[in-house]
Design a protein around this ligand. Structure first.
Ligand SMILES: Nc1nc2c(ncn2[C@@H]2O[C@H](COP(=O)(O)OP(=O)(O)OP(=O)(O)O)[C@@H](O)[C@H]2O)c(=O)[nH]1
Length: 383
């Protein structure tokens, strides 16, 4: 009888969903606790060992999901310091707990205060200090370690951020220029998580390109997946905007926006989310140029895109930005046929090289200034 029941229960089990993929994880909450300080020994003036601390180390190639899998109950503690004893007057320090986190993680406390920004491989930060050991100052009673909740917020780091409304052809471009294998389909929101691809050049240089999906009108106010993906733009050095030359309509309930309105709308979304994003260098791609009528639209809109402020008066009020973007370059392309894709690759590289040069010069100036201050008037002359 038991066997029959077992068989029936087994056969009723629903099959695993073949399309199931774990979703992208970019935030994680952890409880961290430093070790308790060991007690001192009053009779001999012995000092207890300090509690161990919990610290994070950034490691490339690690994801928050992988990290979370290793921390099932989301609690991390370090061990306590040793008590002072007759044979060991100074108690041993507690063992520290090292937790590896992905590069690009920002650590916040419960009051949303930034504790650390781990954006380099091997960058470290202590998130919970150990308690002090018992000594004369605390009546030989060891103190508890720091105990708090920390929030980890992962922001992707890529050289280039690909920004555009759904269906513009971002995944198609990513596939054409890089080694990424994104999902492509003729309906919006095919891409549900950021994808990063590497563009490789003949001289073995490479740059990373992140497709940041989910941007829609109102994303700045957290509509759609709003902030979840907008935040990733902050860490990119160059913005690559992409619009469909024929415009875009989110759904039959939403108005159809032509290509110009789309550009203004993207401009406004970034401006409202964080105006400093508008200072990043940017390149615009006008996609789907292989379709009939695309060149006529391009001839009409190109002069306005060259100087976006000239078209502001005709722009629908709800998508009108206060400050307009100035594109370094505007490239009409067909991502599906790879037309002018090589030009896009060279343009991205040129802009990034120029940026790096600028940064190098300004770093150099800063170092020179610091040196001059340190050496002062008595040292050798710095030219
Ligand atoms: N005719 C034409 N169609 C294109 C071109 N680029 C992309 N498409 C088509 O446009 C549709 C959307 O392309 P995707 O690459 O998925 O667009 P996306 O911007 O990544 O879309 P989301 O995943 O919604 O963010 C697909 O059917 C593509 O085949 C192009 O250059 N010309």
């Amino acid at each position: 009888m038991v066997q029959i029941f077992k068989f029936l229960l087994k056969s009723n089990k629903s099959p695993a969903r073949a399309h199931f993929r774990p979703s992208f994880l970019d935030t994680l909450r952890l409880a961290v606790r430093g070790g308790h300080g060991g007690n001192g020994l009053p009779k001999y003036g012995g000092v207890g060992g300090q509690g161990g601390c919990v610290y994070f180390v950034a490691k490339e190639g690690l994801t928050l999901r992988k990290m979370a899998q290793g921390l099932k109950d989301r609690r991390v503690a370090a061990s306590s310091g040793e008590d002072s004893s007759k044979v060991s007057i100074f108690g041993k320090r507690g063992v520290d707990t090292r937790i590896e986190v992905p590069v690009g993680v920002q650590v916040y406390d419960e009051q949303q205060k930034l504790l650390a920004d781990l954006n380099e491989n091997d960058a470290k930060c202590i998130v919970a200090g150990g308690g002090t050991g018992g000594c004369t100052g605390n009546n030989f009673l060891g103190r508890p370690g720091e105990n708090r909740i920390v929030n980890l917020d992962l922001k992707l780091i890529a050289d280039v951020g690909l920004v555009g409304f759904p269906n513009a052809g971002k995944s198609t471009l990513l596939k054409a220029v890089s080694n990424a294998k994104p999902k492509i389909a003729a309906y919006p929101f095919t891409t549900i998580r950021p994808q990063i691809g590497t563009i490789e050049y003949g001289d073995l240089r490479s740059i990373s390109l992140a497709d940041l999906p989910g941007l829609i009108e109102g994303a700045h106010a957290n509509f759609g997946m709003g902030h979840k993906f907008l935040k990733h733009i902050e860490r990119t050095r160059l913005l690559l905007f992409m619009v469909d030359i024929f415009g875009f309509q989110l759904s039959p309930r939403h108005p159809h926006r032509d290509c110009l309105a789309n550009i203004y709308s993207l401009n406004k979304e970034l401006e409202l989310y964080d105006p400093s994003l508008l200072e990043k260098p940017c390149v615009l791609l006008l996609n789907k140029m292989d379709k009939e009528g695309a060149h006529d639209i391009l001839t009409k809109v190109k002069p306005i895109i060259d100087d976006l402020s000239s078209g502001l008066a005709d722009c629908p009020e709800e998508v009108r930005p206060k400050r307009v973007l100035k594109f370094e370059s505007i490239v009409p392309i067909s991502a599906i046929n790879s037309t002018r894709v090589t030009q896009v690759k060279s343009q991205l590289r040129r802009t990034l090289v120029r940026l790096a040069e600028k940064q190098f010069v300004s770093d150099g100036e800063q170092i020179k200034e610091q040196l001059q201050q340190r050496v002062g008037l008595v040292g050798p002359r710095i030219t």
